[in-house]
Write a protein that binds this ligand. Structure first.
Ligand code: G3I
Length: 362
């Protein structure tokens, strides 16, 4: 008589070809007794999650879930330009100050996300008309914001998503107001300014779609590596690479490609962070039990491929509960089922994904 779990695992293999069998590493992990869940050992990889300001202010269960599981946080918003900079003259710190206050009161650190990005820019930045004006605004922003949180925010996504989704060449850089006004030199300038603003901060360059099988993703890895190599060759301060890890449920992880990418980063002295892990599950089968195991399987493959070449310096998911996730903004399911991209369900109960994450924190 097959147990319920064996039935699910067996049907998964039939349904999707994903070998999540009872004897596979994941199957074995999921069949093992649940260990006490919590923030992990002090010497383990620090797990964290992106925090959303609304529920942080209004939901005790949400706060309790963060305290129970996390050793660090990152603002889903708050430190983006459109939150911080309603006008050219104003800096508004209410949200990040509340995030830092909650984090420090609960023994957590806060990551800074993000300084230089094409996204979440307030309309007034469209009027930045020249290279010198762009330099003044970008340098001023970094000096002011990172200076304010010096010693309190110890790791920053200084450069976010610098590579286009389908780079035309290895030297391709994604358009942004900074790239359009200053060219690629804005990246080294931002990192050098950040290093001056907070010499002890971990400076990170953060990117997505680095992990999948396929020519477009291989081109993205190659373009990202070219940029990283160029910065390191010029002794530009850069300490770590952030793999966002917005996994797609239907896309297999390129184990060789990802491990080789990470090995090359490590050879340049860079640390590796997983910064925004979740599973976009719009193309996975509807039944939650099946979907949760498939999503956990992708997370297992992703983290296992990273660990072949590098320890994890940090592991954060982009949210902690399915109740608050960006995924349906762009990947809403058409079958009426809600997306289930995160390690806790919408009632803050751990899913198989949390078991997998805790396995890799040890
Ligand atoms: O708060 C306003 C609300 O007052 C308004 O009524 C509503 C309607 O426009 O918008 C709300 O703001 C939204 C904000 O999220 C807060 O939920 C913005 O429109 C929306 O664009 C914003 O989306 C965020 C997106 O980044 C852009 O900043 C997502 O929550 C956030 O999860 C997403 O995170 C990004 C990372 O920064 C970079 N990596 C990819 C990741 C996912 O896209």
């Amino acid at each position: 008589m097959l147990s319920r779990r064996d039935t699910i695992l067996t049907s998964l293999k039939a349904m999707t070809g994903v070998a999540v069998t009872a004897s596979s590493p994941l199957g074995t992990l999921l069949a093992s007794p649940v260990r006490a869940q919590g923030r992990g050992q002090a010497d383990g990889v620090p797990y964290g999650a992106a925090v959303r300001d609304g529920p942080l202010a209004s939901e005790p269960d949400y706060r309790a879930a963060l305290v129970r599981h996390c050793r660090q946080l990152v603002g889903e918003g708050g430190l983006k330009w459109y939150d911080l900079r309603p006008s050219r003259e104003r800096f508004v710190y209410d949200l990040p100050d509340k995030q830092i206050d909650f984090a420090s009161r609960n023994g957590m650190t806060l990551r800074g996300h993000t300084v230089v990005w094409y996204g979440a820019m307030p309309d007034w930045t469209k009027s930045i008309a020249s290279a010198s004006e762009a330099e003044r605004e970008m340098v001023g922003h970094i000096e002011t914001v990172m200076g304010r949180y010096r010693g309190r925010i110890k790791s920053w996504d200084v450069i976010n998503e610098p590579i286009p989704d389908d780079p035309a060449s290895r030297s391709d850089i994604r358009p942004s107001i900074w790239q359009q006004r200053m060219g690629e030199s804005h990246i080294a300038l931002a990192l050098r300014t950040a290093a001056r603003a907070d010499p002890d901060a971990q400076l990170v360059m953060n990117e997505y779609d680095i992990e999948f099988v396929g020519p477009r993703f291989r081109r993205k890895r190659e373009a990202f590596l070219r940029l990283i190599r160029d910065l390191k060759l010029r002794n530009v301060p850069l300490h770590a690479i952030g793999l966002q890890g917005h996994l797609r449920g239907e896309l297999p992880i390129d184990r060789e490609g990802l491990s080789a990418f990470i090995a090359e980063c490590r050879s340049m002295g860079l640390k590796v962070l997983v910064t925004e892990l979740d599973v976009v599950d719009d193309k996975l089968p509807g039944p939650p039990e099946v979907r949760d195991i498939l999503a956990a399987s992708r997370v297992y493959d992703f983290l296992d491929a990273i660990r072949v070449s590098s320890p994890l310096d940090a592991l954060l998911t982009w949210g902690i509960s399915d109740r608050y996730t960006w995924v349906p903004l762009y990947f809403k399911r058409t079958d009426g089922h809600l997306n289930r991209p995160l390690p806790l369900d919408s009632d803050y109960r751990p899913k198989p994904m949390m078991r997998v994450i805790e396995h890799f924190l040890r």
